[in-house]
Design a binder for this molecule. Sequence first.
Ligand code: PLP
Length: 319
Amino acid sequence: MLPQPLLERISALQLVLKETPTVRLPWEGLDLHAKLEGQNPVGSLKDRPALWVLKRAAERGQLHEGSTIVESSSGNFASALATYAKLLGLKFIPVIDPNITPGYESFLHRTCDQVVKVTERDDMGGYLKTRLNKVRELCGSIEGAFWPNQYGNPDVIEAHYWLTGEEIRRTFQRLDYVFIGVSTGGTIAGVSRRLKEVFPSIRVVAVDAQGSVIFGGTAGKRYIPGIGASVRPELVNHALIDDVVLVPEYETVQCCRELLLQHNLLVGGSSGSCFAAVKRYLPRFRELPTPPTVLFLCADRGTAYLDTIFSPSWSARFS
Ligand SMILES: Cc1ncc(COP(=O)(O)O)c(C=O)c1O
């Protein structure tokens, strides 16, 4: 029997992407919800753009049998791509850096034939520029290389508009605030565009890490992957943002633990940052005439961070 064409195989995989749950956190004076993107099949909000981008590329003839996918990622996009590339019979080379959690790194070594890890920090104290230079170098030397470019590919925005954003729209009758962690900007661009169409008065709050330069902050060393960047990605320019909150990493750690121990949610770093941003907003919420409906995105599961954020010895660096 002839194998199914690549595009058909990708469409079949898209069927495994189900809606992710939204849970309500009890909070006096606030109608607070968390959307658990870690419940996606490979474990994060990056499952959605990973498959969407591959599908669009296959439709345009940029991705075919025999292609090698090359991408820079702090963990989640690479894990999604690694899984889907394997299922589709394509080769994938992730370009990662030392901030990747041990869990994600070993996952990539088990699912990819080759993993490239850069070790030099760029002039902003991060690794993104170094990773992107490495991706360009690899793409120049590999025949049939395909770079999804999660930092600049508009297909990523489309994925979050039609999947994540649309799903949130279906869940809520009313939504006053949404808090979203930012790295490539793809999530906030797609989700903010969809939500502003249906909830015109919604306030979109971008959550970034202190030390990230996305919103003009001072560059500095960061240790928690997934949130922040050492260059401002192009996709951020497409987001409809009302406010930005920069969260220091020690606060992210505290809030991840609080989510686990008081709300029964084992979620990753950027989820803790979003929760921290919600808490910083509490005085403003109290001034409102009625309790607002607030949603924050939990981008991934906490299991990959057990040896970092949830480890007292690792997080001692912040005390
Ligand atoms: C855990 C986590 N949170 C938030 C984000 C930010 O999403 P985006 O890159 O769409 O801005 C990422 C991106 O990799 C992530 O891995």
